[in-house]
Design a protein around this ligand. Sequence first.
Ligand code: MTE
Ligand code: MOS
Length: 810
Amino acid sequence: MKNLEAALHLRGETRFVDDLPEPEGTLYAAVFVSPVAHGRIRRLDTREASGRPGVRAVLTARDIPGENQIGTIQPDEPLLAETEVHFAGQPVALVVADSPGAARAAAGAVRLEIHALPAVFDPREAYEKGLLIVPPRSFVLGDVEAAWGGCDCIVEGTVESGAQEHLYLETQAALAVPGEHRSMRVVSATQSPTGVQRAIARVLGVGMHAVHVEVERLGGAFGGKEDQATPWAALAALGAVHLRRPVKLVLRRQEDMRFTGKRHPYVSDFRLGLKSSGEILAYEVTFFQNAGAAADLSPSILERSLFHATGSYFVPNLKATGISARTHLPPNTAFRGFGAPQAMLVIEGAITRAARALGIPPEVIQEKNLLREGDGFPYGMAARGCRARRCWQEAIDRYALEGRRRRVEEFNRTHALQKKGLALMPVCFGISFTNTTLNQGGALVHVYTDGSVVVSTGGVEMGQGVKTKIHAVAARVFPIEPALIRVESTSTLRVANTSPTAASTGTDLNGKAAELACRAILERLREVAGAELEARSAGQTGGGNTAPADIEIAEGRVTRKGTPTDLTWRSLVAAAYTRRVSLSAQAHYATPGIWYDRRREKGEPFAYHVYGTALSEVTVDCLRGTYEIDGVWAVHDLGPSLDLLVDRGQAEGGIVQGIGWLTLEEVLYAKDGRLMSRDLSTYKVPDLHFAPRELEVHFLDDVPNPQGVFNAKAIGEPPFMYAIGTCYALFRAMQAFRPDLELPLITPLTPERVLTSLYPERLRELEQAADSASNSAVPASGSAAPAPAAAGTATRAGCRTRGVAAAGTP
Ligand code: MTE
Ligand code: MOS
């Protein structure tokens, strides 16, 4: 089946927050933000802004009736800055006006005097200065120190990975409508309706029962609306409470890019020790996570990096340390994979280095160390139903690795300036929130007297198809035409205390809850059917007793002991109503068997793992640094799909999004911490032409997963990480051109970086020339002489990056 919303999207009829009919009297909000990365507020003057035409209010921290705090994990995030600002783009004041234009114009008239303070953008530097979000945390298995001695080869290095902009199509948005008795109804583009509800209650100083949050769907989220939809909803509510009018706040694209956090850039130091056979004996890794200015979800994201530090491999001796560094960037946040992609990129980089050192193909190392059934993860859980090796072997066979390798070698022999590269990427991803508490879902199901059904759950639709899958679940339990079933919006009134729709668990948690609720109603209906048939046959001869077990409801009709009766779904539902039997059910699902002990860093944190292997092939133009992705072919452990088209879309979309992160997408901050890549002319995402020319995902459908809904596995995030293989295929192609070089392990591998990596000598020459030129000719103050392009230095989310455009001013 197609995603239930596909037709709406195609016809342009889907309504997002900004498309909703506006209640009478709606006002519009705009946000004034800090122009600097770090500073003390000397004076905040809103008088001029308040006097602008159409302005109804300019609100600051002082106008917050409750607590000026929206931090989820830690209380370190004020809604509006009070005494200090900690990143460029931090909200300082809220302007509410008669039109969005008037609000923005007035926001431009807010005056802020700031005493600038030194800012830190590099996570290593922040660590050295003791600027941490949480204390460092380590996962340990075996004894790395003792293991180094037994290694034939030890490689060390650093992997840097860049940030990633979520670029959801619908920007952050909320509409807050004040109600009676200090209540507030908020339509928010959030993955976490309860999170928004909680934050608004806190900010307004009211109980959560006074705040109703509703979400129809999101125009994409990718983790960017798990925590970061909250401030905008809370600001809209703040405006609404002051003015007693509905207030809408919708960020523009540039604002959204400048104000919100991204995928965390990481700088990671590794050390990998192996036998000459390629067997891994020890791995030590330290992740420096660039968290930005507030905790947001960073500690949880770092935790997942630790969980996935060893990727798909069994590593007998491990020490993985995570450092969450507080810097002066917008708080970085959840993004598909949630810290796992950053970690897996490192171990694959280490393997790439080790393969070069040992003179063996990386696949030999990968294959030798792949997880086997029963292998222990460093966090104490054992690999059960482990399909790492099956996926690996099937990918090799199905996509004819040997033949492809020969063709690539032949190509590379016969082409001087173009090189091809191949890489395999095994993925193992744990399903469950690593915060055990969050692994619960809820559903509310109503059957109406005409037989139609409405299902509400805590799952938020963001394009991933959770509604389509919940629909499929209800349609499997209720033996009726699918058209009789509707999946409703997500509302904190219908399903309370929801977990964010995240960690790929949306369908697992909410689908299971929906299944339980539907089954509860069906069970009641079976009893009603028994009683009804009993009553009907009581007057006739031959009427026997009808146990509910004899009753079956299939294809919209009731059968008794296999014989069709005249009871239809509809008449049965009507009979239940007449007999005063409830046609509604609420259900709650909590993933069984999971636990985690943070003191020992051991437990059973995941319900199960998803496995898979992808093969990537690329061609690099080593004269220009440009490249093409010839293909990505994957074998993916899914189980029987609830909806094949949706799952295929998730896998393909995840792969292309992952490729974007590692290739074209480069988040660049100027030296003062202001975002330079802040629209689509400077931030490039993959388009159709850049996507792999061949993209194929083969699902294993013969392996039921009893922990999943109808035996399927979650799919939202795992395929994203296949893109790491595409990245290392690019490395291999580059290595084929420059076998003499130890290439830097830095992503994104933009064409510029490919080129500068391939010709480091030439780059040094250019930089020296530019340095001496700028030393001899210092531009006069006030003249806007552009810096030479090759000499510009920008902060790539904390990493020094050469060869990019000079820091611009907005
Ligand atoms: N697919 C689309 N189209 N849009 C999205 O925003 N988010 C991803 C993934 N797939 C996303 C998506 C992320 S980050 C997660 S965690 C899951 O979907 C969340 O949904 P699920 O739990 O229902 O899989
Ligand atoms: Mo997904 S990053 O867990 O929202």
